[in-house]
Design a protein. Sequence first.
Length: 514
Amino acid sequence: MKKTVLLCAVGIGIALATASAQDAAVQKLIELGTADNRVMNHLDVLTNRFGGRPIGSDAYDNAVDWVAASFAEWGLEVERNEGGTVPVGFNRGPWFGRMLGGDQAMALHFVTPSYSSGTKGLQRGHVLLEPKTREEFDRMKGALKGAWVLITGKNTGWSIPHGAAADSIRASVIARNGEIRKRNREIAENNRLKNRNDTLLTLLDEPALFYGEMREAGILGIIQSATVPLVALYDRSVVKDSTMTFDRLPELPDIKLDEHQYGIIRQMVQERRVFELEFDIRNHFKLGPVKYYSVAGKIRGSDYPDEYVILSGHLDSHDAATGGVDCGSGVSAVIEAARLVAASGARPKRSMLFIAFAGEEYGLLGAQAWAASHPEQWDRISNVFNRDGGPLPPVSISVPKAMYPDFVRICAPLSSIHPEIPFEVKQTGPRAKPVRLSGTDASVFAIKGIPAIALDEDDVRGYNFNYREIWHTERDLYTKSIPEYQRHAATVMAIVGLGVANLDHLLSREGLYE
C-alpha cells in the first residue's frame, strides 16, 4: 500500500514538474517574443538583401541557404526537400523607361512578368497600334521595324502566350477577322446604295494577334494596359514547359504599362504625333534545369518523436516587388517561431517542424512534393498551422468540439501578451473536406484529411491594411508588413505550436471534416 502511494506521489510530482516546465517555457516565449523578437530582421534579409524570390532565381536559392543555416545555428535538424525543377532559371535586374517628345518627357510606370524577355540594352523606338486584320498588317508592316506596339486587352499578370499553340489560335482569329472585314465592306456598300444605317460587325479581339509576324518584322516589344497597382506574375509557357530551351525562350519584352499612361500614349498614336519610347529592362535567364527546394527545421520530440506539429509558410514570391507580404510576412513569422521555441529551451513532447515551402506561387509545388515524400507522417500530424494571409495578428481559432478543450488550455496565455489584441477559441461544426487544391499550401494537407486549421487574423488596430492592394503587385514590399502585428504573430505561433506539441495525445480528428 505504501509502495502504491509512493508511486502515485512520484507520478503526480513528475506531472506537476512537467506542467511547471511547460508553463515556464510559455512564459519564456512571451518574454522573448515581446523583448527580443527578430521577425522583422528575418523579413529584412528575405526582402531587402535577397529581394523577390521566384523559384529558379539566385534570390530564392540564397533564401534557402540562409534559412537552412539559421535553423542549424539555432540547433534544429535541417532537411532540404526537392520540390522539382524549372527548365531554365531567371534573375531580374533593374528596369526603367520613359517617353521622349510630345508635350514633355515622362518617366514610365511599368512591370514585366518574370521569365519574360528583357531589352537588348537601352532601346528607343516609335509607337504603333497593333493590326487586327491581315489588310492592316500588310499596310503597316514596313513601319513595324524598331517600333513598340500597343496591344489590346488588360494585364492579368501573365505573359502574352507565344509558341505554336498560341499561333494556331491567332491564325483562326485572323481568318475570322478577314471574313468580318469582308462582310463589313458589303454592309457599308449596302448602306451607301440603299441609304441604310446597318451596324458593322465587331472584329474579334486577341491581344498581340500578329505576334509572330510582328516579331519577324522587327518590333522592339509589346505594351499592354495594366491597372494600378501593377500585377506581374510569370511566363507560364516557359516555366511549365519541361522541354523549354534557350533556343525557344521569348524574345520580345512584354511590358505592362500603367493604364493612365497607356491611355495618353494611345491617344498620341491615334493623333499621329511624333514621339518615342525608350526602355532598358534587365531580365536575365540562366541555364537549366534548375532545382528548387523547401527547407524544414525540426525540433525533435522528447516523448513522441514520430508525431508532428507543422508550422509553415512559403519562401518563394513574385519579384516585381520583394515578397514582403506574400509570403514574407508568413514565412518570417514561422522562422522566428522556430527561433523562439529553440531559444526558450522548451522540450516539446512531439516533434515540431518549421517548413519554408517552395513554389507555392507556381502551383503549391513544394508542399505537394513534401507531402508526397513523407506519406508515413500523414496520420501522425497533429495540425498544420500555415501562415499565408498577410501581416495581421492572430485573434482567434475555430475548432471542432473534440479539439475545443485542448485549444482553450493551449491558448489561455495568448490574451496576456498584448491585452489590446485578445484571442478567442471558437467551437465550430465539421467543415467540408476539400477535394482539390486551392490557393494555399494548407490545402495540400487538408485534401488528405490532415488537420490544417489556421489561426484567424484581423486588423485589430485599424491600420487600414488591404491585402488585395498588395497581393502579386509591385507594392508587395517590406514596408507593407506591420511590425507589431508580425512580432505578435510569431509569438502566438510559437506558443500555440508548442502547446499542441506538448499534448499527451494527437489532436482528435473527430468532427473535423464532414
